[in-house]
Design a protein around this ligand. Structure first.
Ligand SMILES: [Fe+2]
Length: 391
């Protein structure tokens, strides 16, 4: 050593790190000299005679800011100590203490994450500068970690807030549309629950790999918007207590285009990607038929968006099993029979098959999501082989 450790203690105490410094050397004299010097410099300092002791110390006293370690020690050497320290604490700074014959090892340590090295015998001023720079680097890394963690938390919070706002907007839109129709809001809840169940069945069967969990979530939230276009239908038609004339029926059919166009204009205005796209597809196409005889465009087969193909059968089931001014609800078994008749006509065969595999759950959902109040205010007239198919 160039000077006595007690003779020069030129550390700046305002650079004291939040962590402590760990000195590891099997030579007690060097260990004590360095520790004494650092302690006089105002640092919290611990020391260990072996790498094993050092690792045990970091368990009892986690998060050292800086470790000064000899390379050659009995048992686990300084190189292995460097690896283990970095594994558990990437921001810890490790300075290797070496002699000239260890230079090749030192280069390897630097490549593997060591901050710097000190050659024995070393100058106290060099030690002082090395320690100060290493601690600055440690504090900088810690600050970056805190900043990143904070940023990630903020992003998560904001993402959740946006998601909630989006869901509220969807529910509000759906409820508004439904309130014009005087139908109980539970209709929307059932459509959502049926759509989710049917999509899950498809995901586990013929649509495995093509329907994701995120898709199912989006479908459950978007399906209640299927009739949002009814806000554009006059009360005289929407609330008419009886069958519609053919001209009234044609006007009623425009609800799918009104709803789809409304959602499309929102999408174009706000350049939304993903959000509302499925809702728009459902609003436009939930009255299309697999055989191409539906409306508004007469799309056929897979030209009809999958979400709309799912909602088509879900909406029909709910209409069949609900009371209307002009008809009573049919029992579950009869509704199932009527829907099966339209396999390959109104509905996609694979979706009818999935429905058949899980229709018992529909009955359960219907029992759970229902009200003692009559839902007979909703207006509906036949438009397909399913006599009471929804508008
Ligand atoms: Fe509809």
């Amino acid at each position: 050593m160039s000077e006595s450790p007690g003779a020069k203690a030129d550390f700046q105490t305002d650079t004291v790190s939040s962590g402590y410094i760990l000195v590891v050397d099997d030579e007690a004299q060097i260990r004590d000299l360095i520790s004494g010097y650092l302690t006089k410099g105002g640092y919290d300092c611990l020391s260990a005679a072996t790498a094993e002791d050092a690792l045990a110390l970091t368990v009892a006293h986690p998060d050292p800011a800086l470790v000064l370690t000899d390379i050659r020690m009995p048992g686990v050497g300084g190189v292995e100590l460097l690896h283990r320290l970095k594994q558990t604490n990437p921001s810890v700074q490790v300075v290797m203490i070496s002699s000239h014959q260890d230079l090749e090892t030192v280069r390897r340590c630097l490549r593997e994450g060591a901050y710097d090295y000190l050659l024995k015998p070393f100058d106290w001023e060099i030690l002082s500068n090395t320690v100060s720079r290493a601690l600055e680097r440690h504090d900088l890394l810690r600050e970056n970690d805190r900043y990143r963690t904070n940023l990630e938390r903020l992003v998560l919070e904001q993402t959740e807030e946006i998601r909630q706002t989006r869901d509220i907007a969807l529910i509000t839109l759906a409820k508004l549309a439904e309130s014009r129709d005087s139908t109980t809001g539970l209709h929307l809840d059932r459509i959502s629950a049926y759509s989710r169940r049917l999509a899950e069945e498809l995901r586990n069967g013929s649509y495995a790999g093509r329907i994701s969990l995120a898709y199912i979530e989006q479908l459950a939230k978007s399906s209640p918007l299927h009739d949002i276009g009814k806000v554009g239908i006059p009360d005289s038609i929407l609330c008419k207590p009886g069958p519609l004339s053919s001209s009234e029926f044609r006007l009623m059919q425009t609800h799918s285009t009104i709803g789809g166009d409304t959602l499309r204009s929102v999408l174009e205005r706000f350049e939304t990607r993903g959000f509302l796209i499925m809702a728009m597809e459902i609003a436009y196409s939930h009255h299309e038929r697999w055989d191409g005889c539906g409306y508004p465009k007469g799309l056929a087969g897979e030209e009809i968006p999958l979400a709309a193909r799912i909602v088509a059968i879900v909406d029909s089931y709910d209409t069949l099993t609900s009371d209307r001014p002009y008809k009573r609800a049919v029992p579950h078994a009869e509704a199932v029979q009527r829907l099966v008749v339209d396999r390959g006509r109104h509905f996609e065969p694979a979706i009818v098959d999935a429905f058949m595999a899980c229709h018992a759950d529909f009955e359960i959902i219907r029992g759970e999501v229902s009200t003692s109040e009559s839902e007979e205010d909703e207006h509906d007239t036949p438009d397909s082989a399913v006599e009471e198919a929804p508008q």
